[in-house]
Design a protein. Sequence first.
Length: 60
Amino acid sequence: MEKTLISVEVIPIPDVGNRQKDKRKRCVFCGNLASHEAIFKVEGASVVERYCSVCVKGLK
């Protein structure tokens, strides 16, 4: 299965109040809070994966 990178975008990080649950997404590699969203083309479909600022540097 070949994965082709289409684009990488920065995810805006909202302020989370004390009463709200933290629903921010996590990095697919390390589990830290995601700050970037990458879109890949895989076998005719688009796949969205989220990465932290460290792991996004390793994308091709």
